[in-house]
Design a protein around this ligand. Sequence first.
Ligand SMILES: Nc1ncnc2c1ncn2[C@@H]1O[C@H](COP(=O)(O)OP(=O)(O)O)[C@@H](O)[C@H]1O
Ligand SMILES: [Mg+2]
Length: 375
Amino acid sequence: MSTASAEALQAALATVIDPELRRPITELGMVESVSADAAGAVQLAVLLTIAGCPLRDTITNDATEALSRVPGVTSVDVELKVMTSAQREALKEQLRGPGGQRGIPFTKPGSLTKVYAVASGKGGVGKSSVTVNLACALAAQGLRVGIVDADVHGFSVPALMGITQKPTQVDDMILPPVAYGVKVISIGMFVAGNQPVAWRGPMLHRALEQFLTDVYFGDLDALFLDLPPGTGDIAISVAQLLPNAEILVVTTPQAAAADVAERAGTIATQTGQKVAGVIENMSFLEMPDGGRMELFGSGGGAILAERLTAAVGSEVPLLGQIPLDIRLREGGDAGKPVVLAAPETVAARAMETIAEALASRPRGLSGLPLGIQPR
Ligand SMILES: Nc1ncnc2c1ncn2[C@@H]1O[C@H](COP(=O)(O)OP(=O)(O)O)[C@@H](O)[C@H]1O
Ligand SMILES: [Mg+2]
């Protein structure tokens, strides 16, 4: 008999995490059979959720590596099979809860996910850059984080996160690609090439609703929505679909920019949403002599926080000021957010500080508004 016991093989496989579902493959019903012969040759049969699963190589490699570490194992042969529809149903039921219940999980009573909608008055102020950096900073701290790229016309999150992989569809359940530990879904993953999306209000609402219901994020500590600029249809849809979403307003220090951002922030007073805070981006440029050049003026973030505090009637803090930094832009272009690519920069540290402030805010239910309807 081989020294590789069935228990040891199972224990090794329990360390293999499905890259999309982020759970051990042994818990997901993906291990059909595993056995070792007298010579230590292991035969493993893995059940994939769908044929042609894009992550089949990752699963094969991870399983082979884990099993090879078991004492007595001399070789590993992995056979990839596909779940039957009954097995897929069982998996979906396991993931979604009894009856494979539908609906938006983040608004269910008892949901502890903090939902942040990142808004701005105008485009180009760094909303998407802030979104991906905050998400990556929180994921690096061990939190479970997701991003919904709700900027349907100007989606940019997949590129900023270096994601080229498409979501995997398991019947009516969509598994989001994961980068740097963050689950990401974007309309950009569903259109061919770089096509513009010319959807109108009702379709946008439907697309967002589908993202929030059909995409399997699992239990999240934080979900970020990267909103399109301004106070358009998507912002209103977010308020309706996720009334517990709190708004993070991004602005530049320019007074005029803060004026426009104020409109995006005060939408919360009409929808009954909370404003979690203001983030000032492009605040200054650090000069070689250590001085600071204020390219876009100064004070916009503080003025905006003050005005929003007055408008919504509760404290809206200025959460941070992020300087201009070439490495922040380069990180975006390279698909690796600056908090991971150049954590020592002042810009990355400012993002980290904001992420810490968000992580230490009270979770979930305490932030839930009392079901106020849009006026
Ligand atoms: N603090 C910063 N320093 C340098 N470049 C920045 C900074 N913030 C944003 N950028 C760059 O400005 C451009 C617009 O940022 P982006 O995050 O796409 O804005 P938005 O989502 O609000 O349209 C991007 O090219 C981005 O790399
Ligand atoms: Mg953007």
